[in-house]
Design a protein around this ligand. Structure first.
Ligand SMILES: NC(=O)c1ccc[n+]([C@@H]2O[C@H](COP(=O)([O-])OP(=O)(O)OC[C@H]3O[C@@H](n4cnc5c(N)ncnc54)[C@H](OP(=O)(O)O)[C@@H]3O)[C@@H](O)[C@H]2O)c1
Length: 240
């Protein structure tokens, strides 16, 4: 299916895997809208896309902001949800419930209400892609919070693929990918984390944003793809 001139909104499109997806979709000729909270970041992202996308500031944790975003876009063929939420790392026994609540309130509720707000303007047989994460697919100590948030999204997507048909509903579950999400880490800690992960993976490296963008493009453009969960993680489920 050609995606030339298809209208695609990527919430979380100003950075990382969302931005890499925007690049691919713009290259394929789509009309791409990217949303995020930080206007300067959005402007820089639009500039990096050669000015061929439209940036609109919006906060996916705020229903009114989402509704205003959808009013501005007016008509959509596909929705990609790639925004990040609050982190919920740490050992289960000590992880404060408030930390988990915050993580659920941002990413899980955020994805939920983004799709709800988009439905009235989303083409009935268009598509939505949810970005989850390998923490909900691989048992890793200290990631029960991430597993709960991302696992919830994965499970709701399976149900929605049936309930909202012919809308296609798919999930991409990335492993560790080098994005600005890790900019806050001290350089040495980040390098150590990525080197350790690369060594444990059958592919011998961690992910690049475009590895994941290729999957997003496939799910958006393949009209036979629905109810799918694509693990794109360098083999994290079969570690060395
Ligand atoms: N990188 C990894 O290793 C990895 C692995 C597995 C899963 N994931 C998941 O994959 C997704 C993308 O991650 P990434 O690493 O590409 O992240 P990233 O580079 O940090 O980008 C996050 C994007 O989300 C936007 N965003 C955050 N909060 C938002 C809000 N409340 N409303 C609207 N936009 C918001 C950010 O823009 P603003 O900050 O300007 O709003 C930015 O565009 C996330 O859900 C993450 O949990 C990442």
């Amino acid at each position: 299916m050609s995606i030339t001139n298809q209208r695609i909104l990527i919430i979380g499109g100003s950075s990382g895997m969302g931005l890499a997806s925007a690049k691919r979709l713009v290259h394929a000729g789509a009309d791409v809208f990217i949303a995020g909270r930080d206007v300067a970041r959005l402007d820089a992202a639009v500039a990096s896309l050669g000015g061929k996308a439209t940036g609109i500031a919006a906060d996916f944790t705020d229903r009114a902001s989402l509704e205003s975003l959808m009013r501005r876009i007016d008509r959509l063929d596909h929705l990609v949800l790639a925004a990040s939420g609050a982190a919920a790392w740490g050992p289960f026994a000590q992880l404060p419930v408030e930390t988990l609540r915050n993580a659920l309130n941002t990413k899980l509720i955020g994805y939920w209400q983004s799709l709800q707000a988009a439905l009235p303007i989303l083409r009935k047989d268009g598509s939505v892609v949810f970005m989850t994460g390998a923490a909900s697919r691989v048992a890793m100590i200290g990631t029960a919070g991430l597993a709960a948030v991302n696992g919830g999204i994965t499970q709701m997507a399976q149900t929605l693929a049936k309930e909202l048909a012919p809308l296609r509903v798919n999930v991409v579950s990335p492993g560790l990918v080098d994005t600005p999400a890790y900019d806050g880490l001290p350089a040495e800690a980040k390098a150590g984390m990525f080197a350790g992960a690369a060594k444990s993976l059958p592919v011998g490296r961690t992910g690049e944003p475009d590895d994941i963008a290729k999957c997003v493009e496939m799910l958006v453009s393949n009209s036979f793809a629905t109810g799918m969960l694509l693990d794109i993680d360098g083999g994290a489920r079969t570690p060395l």
